[in-house]
Ligand binder design. Sequence first.
Ligand SMILES: C[S@@+](CC[C@H](N)C(=O)[O-])C[C@H]1O[C@@H](n2cnc3c(N)ncnc32)[C@H](O)[C@@H]1O
Length: 210
Amino acid sequence: MKYVIEHMEEGFSEWVRLEYAQIIKDIGAGNLYLTSLPSQTTQADIPQELLDLGLQWTTKPVNELIDPATNEPIQSERTCILYPRADTDLVPEDAQTYEWLVFGGILGAHPPRDLTLELIKKYGYTGKRLGDKQMSTDTAVRTTNIILERQTKFEDIKFIDYPEFRFNKSEAVEMPFRYVLDSEGQPILPKGMLALIKKDSEQSLDDLLA
Ligand SMILES: C[S@@+](CC[C@H](N)C(=O)[O-])C[C@H]1O[C@@H](n2cnc3c(N)ncnc32)[C@H](O)[C@@H]1O
């Protein structure tokens, strides 16, 4: 199974860098393609950590990706976009139909923007939903991987919605997303993300008090 992220943000924020690094660690660099980077992008524009992890990237859009198995562009009947407002949920049986899973490389905004819809309109691929709550891109990839590759139904995956991360007595941040729980019942976040959330929350408090 191949996972494609259509990069829709300007540049690489710290959030996006941590999310993409975690996705590579989860599914393997050979199974991830980052597409639609701005046409002038060079190696020097890609965060070194992602290059070191073996990130495969291109300025071409997803529909021009070449399938290494056939040397032809990927087949649209074998491609599915994960879209939060699609009519049907992704199920384990979809593994027989789809080989290419496409995600929007978009930071979760609250309230959600509907940017993934642009991908659906642009490429006309089938859209499938992963439940009705917004997930970060790494959570959406993780959930898709569990459903299709571990053949586990969405209802059988343990999630937490809007977890609160408490840093000390007076500081806590509630994240407006859904996360997969690990075997210890803790939400799975990219490595380094908690520290970044804390830093960002201190920054916004500073801005408020400035
Ligand atoms: C942070 S989300 C962005 C969603 C945002 N509401 C938008 O479309 O602007 C990043 C990506 O994760 C995937 N995703 C997140 N939640 C999802 C859900 N509930 N169902 C299907 N895909 C989801 C989509 O591919 C989406 O483009």
